[in-house]
Design a protein around this ligand. Structure first.
Ligand SMILES: [Zn+2]
Length: 394
């Protein structure tokens, strides 16, 4: 990481002109008419007000803004990355993925046991391994974070997203990296609306529908084949079939399952074990935060600090989904090329920097977000989100 990737640079408007935030009277004055809630700010009759004790920006602060806070933070993070070993940059996360694959042989053997405790342990091991491989693995692979080599990064993307995740690598990468990350919380582009199913009642959406994710995922992938070339479509169908059939075959021949229905039920149960938190964290960390208009998008550092939220560290979810999807989501959106472990390592630097610059560092608990989505389901998941307008955008 000797050069700053293009994606780390400030967003530019038409004609290459940078959109600028011109603060007037403190950070709260940057926004009007939005509906965001953060640890530092509070909702106040449709307006966002400065945190208690907050001070208006002075002239020096405006100069700092113009010098690009993002570049300043990038240099701090780059220095940390440069002094980190390969083990810290990639090794730890690769080891977690290897461990997940090593859980599979005992899981298949335990699933063949006639003892209930051993069978349940087999289910849990299989479910945990599947979550690590298909959430942490596919996410890191979609960002190319598993290898320095572009060719190998592509191989890992196909393996994790198609074979393990039953989805298309092309659609997965373009949907997540090129749309969600590049246009975080921009209406019509990266506004997380793909997660919304307004026709479903809140209890069904939050607690029942996620269980169908293992069935829906390959069906959605099939629906996207028309956007792929013949070669890509053929590869995707073969890879998805390989992933599903290999688990089915191993359950029959290693675990000793006799009935096809029981085998498929076991596959569904293991694959759906972490579907609820998977859907939850995907909506908790963006929906309900400021949304931006495509024509008036803020600079990257404002976009990410206002449009992304971290959940607290949670050993189970941090290690199965990866730190970048749980406790380091802000860091991940600011620096999407960092591995999970590096996001964790730069977290104190990023949080301290943002707090020093009086930018939001949004954090909330899983329980608090779940209650918010349950009680404001109509507002957050059914109706169109309000757009946060930046004051002073030229
Ligand atoms: Zn990502």
């Amino acid at each position: 990481m000797h050069n700053v990737p293009e994606e780390w640079r400030e967003e530019r408007g038409p004609g290459g002109k940078e959109y600028e935030v011109k603060p007037r009277g403190g950070r709260g004055a940057l926004f009007k008419g939005n509906t965001w809630i953060s640890g530092n700010c509070r909702r106040d009759g449709g307006k966002v007000t400065e945190k208690e004790g907050g001070e208006p920006m002075d002239g020096a602060r405006e100069v700092t803004d113009k010098e690009s806070l993002m570049m300043e933070l990038t240099h701090l993070v780059q220095n940390t990355v440069k002094e980190s070993s390969w083990w810290q940059r990639r090794g730890i996360d690769i080891s977690v993925l290897v461990l997940a694959f090593l859980l599979l042989p005992p899981a298949f053997l335990l699933l063949g046991s006639s003892r209930a405790v051993a069978f349940v342990l087999g289910l849990v091991l299989m479910g945990v391994a599947h979550a690590v491989i298909t959430v942490k693995g596919t996410h890191l692979a979609s960002h190319g974070s598993l290898s320095d080599s572009p060719a190998w990064a592509k191989v890992w993307a196909v393996f994790f997203i198609e074979v393990c995740g039953s989805f298309t690598a092309k659609a997965g990468v373009s949907g997540h990296v090129k749309l969600h990350h590049a246009h975080t919380n921009v209406i019509g582009l990266g506004d997380s609306s793909t997660w919304k199913i307004p026709s479903l009642p809140r209890s069904v959406y939050l607690f029942i529908a996620p269980l169908a994710v293992p069935v829906i995922t390959p069906l959605v992938a099939l629906g996207q084949l028309k956007e792929h070339s013949m070669g890509q479509s053929l590869r995707m169908v073969l890879m998805v079939f390989l992933g599903l059939y290999s688990q089915y075959w191993l359950l029959i021949h290693v675990s000793g399952f006799q009935s096809p229905y029981r085998t498929l039920l076991c596959m569904l149960f293991c694959r759906a074990m972490f579907s609820l938190p998977f859907i939850h964290v995907n909506i908790f960390q963006h929906i309900g935060l400021p949304m931006f208009s495509p024509n008036q998008r803020p600079k990257r550092i404002y976009q990410m600090t206002h449009g992304v939220l971290n959940l607290p560290r949670n050993p189970l979810l941090d290690w199965t989904f990866g730190h970048s999807l749980i406790s380091c989501h802000v860091e991940h959106h600011l620096f999407p090329f960092l591995s999970d472990n590096m996001c964790l390592k730069v977290k104190p630097i990023v949080s301290q920097f943002l707090k020093e610059k009086e930018l939001p560092y949004q954090e909330d608990t899983y329980r608090s977000r779940l209650l918010l989505f349950f009680h404001k389901y109509q507002e957050l998941m059914v109706f169109a989100p309000p757009i946060t307008e930046l004051v002073g955008v030229q």
